[in-house]
Design a protein around this ligand. Sequence first.
Ligand SMILES: Nc1ncnc2c1ncn2[C@@H]1O[C@H](COP(=O)(O)OP(=O)(O)OP(=O)(O)O)[C@@H](O)[C@H]1O
Ligand SMILES: [Mg+2]
Length: 370
Amino acid sequence: NGTVVDGYRANDLYLRPGSEITVGDTTLRFTPEDDEVDVAASPDDRFGPLVGASVAMRELFALLAKAAPTDATLLVEGESGTGKELVAEAVHAASGRAGGPLVVFDCAAIPTQLMESELFGHEKGAFTGATSQRVGRMEEADGGTLFLDELGELPLDLQPKLLRALEKREVRRVGGARTRRVDFRVVAATNRDLAAEVNRGAFREDLYYRLAVVRVRVPPLRERAEDVPRLVEHFVRRALPDDAKRAAKILASISEENRARLMAHPWPGNVRELKNLIQRTLALSTEDDPAALEPQTAPGLERRPEASDAPEPVVDLDRPFSDLKKEVVESFERNYLTRQLARHEGNYSRAAAASGMDRMYFKRMLKKRG
Ligand SMILES: Nc1ncnc2c1ncn2[C@@H]1O[C@H](COP(=O)(O)OP(=O)(O)OP(=O)(O)O)[C@@H](O)[C@H]1O
Ligand SMILES: [Mg+2]
């Protein structure tokens, strides 16, 4: 039934702020920045693999349900562990491309120097080490969806190449002469504020607008505590697929007080932290000796430090300023980096991204201080 932008029929969308997209008899307005598309919250507490009972999530489900069948590019923003990748999976599954591939390209996981050939592919002999031809992720996504994960990590020099490929829907392999037409839908995700990255010159504005056709934010779990019981139920049942009785028993054994504690926990690792807590707790408990779901006991995921928790560094006036300062800085660096790594469950790329640091630098620094 075709997609119409500002009254014109369109195959390939390039939207300016304020553009209106008509899909069937639904009109979406493309509004950058803080303006929000108004959709009524979905009555369902799930959308494909995503579950959520909060109004924020049900609004997200309604928006995804509208956007999924269109070919509109989606930008998914949210903290680590909020479910951005699951949003991409849900959108793909609910789109006309569900029969095609969902190809993940994680900008944070691929070394910078290999990124271009990973994405676009290369011909034999294109560069030292290119001993054979290689099809890139974009070509692999033909007929399906390309999920560009951690997009904020995409180096500036690759951004115009990505933009060109997205606008023309054409791929030229590194070292190749001919271009190939590819047909894919893009879902991009980032845990950074990309608009802010644009403002500080770290991300190209034209690429940002090309990707943020529909922009969705997955709220952190602490902003939607109503989802916690629903997610607990979901993960307990999923962890015990063949033992519905035990799952029900465990769920019934959660006290009001325990439930309130789970809902009050700030979940710095978001849904991933909750899922891991449940898996760990179930692994440690037996029928006769059930372990309680206690968020605070999770190793490495302690409470978000409040400013007042931080001890004042000791000011020992008998020691030289430079020595003391060095000690304070080193201790801060050690503390910051190890906590950041724990929060991202040992994933260096994500920990470095969240710190606004280069991955290699993060690793080297941690090694020095660790
Ligand atoms: N609403 C949800 N319903 C069910 N499972 C969820 C939901 N949100 C997240 N999860 C689960 O939590 C885990 C983390 O989600 P996901 O990997 O999608 O997060 P992410 O935002 O991509 O994180 P990162 O930024 O660290 O890559 C996954 O196992 C995912 O299946
Ligand atoms: Mg992810």
